[in-house]
Design a protein around this ligand. Structure first.
Ligand SMILES: Nc1ncnc2c1ncn2[C@@H]1O[C@H](COP(=O)(O)OP(=O)(O)OP(=O)(O)O)[C@@H](O)[C@H]1O
Length: 418
């Protein structure tokens, strides 16, 4: 960032989005007046530039307080916070906040302003001219999937909850800040809308590379969105701060394991794509071939499975040796292939296809639907095993991350990037 002591610079002149900057918290404490214990007790962590870091933890543990100290909506009692190398306590709080996007569950749209006026609020405050604001507002509405022509002149109460949250995200991004703080921004919508909003945020972030601090109760949301997850305990003590893969493979202690919840192994499968693993090959034949010829290729091994493809190489049917012995034509032998995945699918999608197929494999296809190979149960299990081993050293503690081991964190040592 710049060397002068001004707020994180929003809205550069170029068309390229302003990319994220590092945030550091050093021994940050918040003691609310009249409380016996600090709400946040000496937290030290580094949030790397351009990453999405998700704070998860039980209600009341201090997530929101920790986040709001970054843009000084809450003043720290002690400690130091820097954003892009600048000490936030030395900046004018209003200016600081204009340089940091902020989206919250309650959305906080101003009811008497239209959608476009809400989105253009911060750009207006920092002195953009009217035409630039209008252009930016349209661009942001487009970006979050709201047709500007239809929505720009509506008032917040004329929008659904999910649409309001989209406007909230558009507003947070409008001045192109390097940092976004998001406090349960998708908390108040149904699961499907929530999933869509999450997908969109991920897509946006891939383009923007902002530094995003995201607070949620929902561990699955954290796994989906986070480059890193900070699992926080009472007084924002850092119980574990690592990638979703590492936390799923190796929760630092019982509390984290409780938070990860059931099905950690399955959740890991959402983090890996079919293209990350080596495909297996099954014997194949085209529908016009003789069953007996294919039977010979399939061999006599019990349970051997083959695939019948159409003339363009697309998978048609699963067949076993028994199917072939009983059938006069490959076009009707065995069972139809009902589900397939491609290389971009998650391994969880592959598992689902595998279970639907009942053949012990999921078919993987290329872009035009041609057969590329299969994923078998053994390779899925092997992937989970490998992930586990990757994050474990010989003592069973997380690999190479001092202070993250079971019981090893004292709240000040959980920073993955010191
Ligand atoms: N203004 C305040 N005055 C006094 N205590 C407060 C204040 N705001 C929060 N607290 C207390 O500080 C602690 C941390 O609150 P905080 O809102 O940061 O937790 P949280 O993890 O974000 O919770 P939730 O997930 O329920 O939103 C809680 O015990 C809360 O009661």
């Amino acid at each position: 960032m710049s060397e002068t002591n001004t707020a994180p610079k929003p809205g550069g002149e170029s068309d390229r989005a302003t990319s994220g900057v590092e945030i550091r918290l050093e021994n940050v404490t918040k003691q609310y007046g009249g409380q016996r214990h600090p709400a946040v007790d000496s937290v030290t962590m580094t949030i790397p530039a351009g990453e999405t870091v998700v704070f998860v933890g039980p209600s009341g543990c201090g997530k929101t307080t920790t986040m709001k100290m970054i843009n000084r909506l809450i003043e720290p009692t002690s400690g130091r916070i820097t954003v892009g190398g600048q000490d936030v306590l030395r900046l004018n709080p209003d200016e600081l906040r204009r340089g940091i996007g902020y989206a919250i569950q309650q959305v906080g749209l101003l009811p008497h302003l239209t959608v476009s006026q809400n989105v253009g609020l911060v750009p207006g405050l920092i002195g953009w001219d009217k035409s630039r604001i209008a252009e930016r507002t349209e661009e942001m509405l487009d970006l979050v999937g709201l047709d500007p022509a239809e929505y720009r002149d509506r008032f917040p109460k004329q929008l659904s909850g999910g649409q309001q949250q989209r406007v909230g995200v558009a507003r947070a991004l409008a001045a192109d800040p390097p940092v976004l703080l998001m406090d349960e921004p998708f908390g108040a919508v149904d699961p499907i809308t929530r999933g869509n909003l999450q997908d969109e945020l991920m897509r946006l972030q891939e383009e923007m590379g902002k530094t995003i601090v995201f607070v949620t109760h929902d561990f699955d949301e954290a796994v989906k969105l986070g480059d890193r997850i900070a699992v926080l305990g009472y007084q924002s003590k850092i119980l574990q701060y690592d990638t979703p893969e590492a936390i799923l493979a190796n929760p630092a202690d019982e509390t984290v394991a409780g938070f990860v919840g059931a099905g950690a192994a399955l959740k890991q499968l959402t983090l890996r794509r079919v293209r990350d693993i080596e495909l297996e090959q099954l014997p194949t034949a085209t529908a016009g071939e003789e069953p007996a010829a294919f039977a010979a290729r399939l061999g006599g091994r019990r349970g051997a499975v083959g695939l019948v493809l159409d003339e363009r190489g697309r998978p048609l049917r699963w067949v076993t040796r028994r199917d072939l012995d009983r059938s006069g034509s490959l076009a009707t032998a065995g069972r139809p292939v009902e589900d397939s995945v491609d290389r971009a699918s998650t391994l969880q999608d592959a598992l689902e296809a595998l279970l639907t197929a009942d053949a012990g494999y999921a078919v993987v296809t290329r872009s035009r639907g041609q057969y590329a190979g299969v994923v078998g149960l053994d390779s899925l299990m092997g992937t989970i095993r490998a992930l586990r081993e990757q994050y474990e050293d010989e003592d069973g503690t997380p690999d190479g991350r001092p202070g993250d081991g079971p019981g090893g964190s004292d709240g000040g040592s959980g920073a993955a990037h010191a």
